[in-house]
Design a protein around this ligand. Structure first.
Ligand SMILES: CCCCCCCC(=O)SCCNC(=O)CCNC(=O)[C@H](O)C(C)(C)COP(=O)(O)OP(=O)(O)OC[C@H]1O[C@@H](n2cnc3c(N)ncnc32)[C@H](O)[C@@H]1OP(=O)(O)O
Length: 200
């Protein structure tokens, strides 16, 4: 069996199948450069209501891409003075997750594989970029990088991911009822919809 044609059992779930198609930017997606804002105030990744959250701020990019910034804080340490790897993965996950807002789909992370290339000290501003690379059925393939020292600086972390498109019921049926009720009772229609990343 050649490396170019591995058996099904050896195919990576992170590599799109040959009949995957290009991701499509929704015509009503925010313009490149436009801030996406937090989708849910209590989101650990982007919400303002989580004191120790990442407070990640994302902007729409060209095509199906986003950029984001995240500053590593004291609360995000693993080793002394260094960012926790899981926190960095969360920042990549959140950036990748916001791609669905540009495609007008609701999707959740199915698989996420992170490469940690350089340690990231506390106080570092991490420059993130994510782009969708392919779509196959409900699967959205995407990749992301986190750079230090500037938007063109060296890549400290990178990830490949598969997101799976879901219906809003995914959240309503599985989330804790207290938060689901609060989100659904929000009188602000846009906030209500964005809690579940449903485009109004
Ligand atoms: C509101 C948005 C907030 C964004 C925040 C940032 C993103 C997140 O962190 S989301 C939270 C973390 N993720 C989750 O909690 C998801 C938990 N998992 C699940 O709910 C389910 O396993 C779910 C929905 C992913 C898939 O279940 P289900 O809908 O039954 O899918 P299923 O029918 O089995 O599979 C559909 C396709 O996806 C593929 N797939 C499913 N799971 C995976 C996976 N883990 N890895 C790769 N591919 C997968 C299947 O192989 C299948 O492919 P194909 O169509 O080619 O056969």
């Amino acid at each position: 069996m050649s490396a170019a044609n591995p058996p099904a059992s050896q195919k990576s779930p992170l590599v799109p199948p040959p009949d995957a198609t290009d991701p499509v930017r929704h015509p009503e997606a925010p313009a490149p450069g436009e801030p996406l804002g937090a989708h849910y105030d209590m989101c650990f990744g982007c919400g303002g209501g989580q004191p120790h959250g990442l407070h990640l701020a994302a902007r729409a990019g060209e095509g199906v891409s986003v950029t984001a910034e995240f500053t590593v804080r004291t609360a995000h340490q693993g080793a002394p003075g260094l960012a926790h790897g899981g926190v960095l993965t969360s920042a990549l996950d959140e950036t990748l997750g916001s791609l669905s807002w540009l495609m007008h789909v609701i999707a959740v992370t199915g698989r996420l594989e992170t490469d940690f290339l350089q340690p990231v000290p506390v106080d570092t501003l991490l420059h993130l970029e994510a782009r969708a690379t392919a779509v196959h059925g409900r699967k959205i393939y995407a990749t992301a990088t986190g750079r230090i020292g500037g938007p063109d600086g060296p890549v400290a972390v990178r990830a490949d991911a598969v997101f799976i498109e879901v219906k809003v019921e995914h959240f309503i049926e599985n989330g804790r009822q207290e938060e689901i009720r609060a989100a659904m009772d929000d009188p602000d229609q846009v906030r209500r919809a964005r809690a579940f990343e449903v485009n109004p």
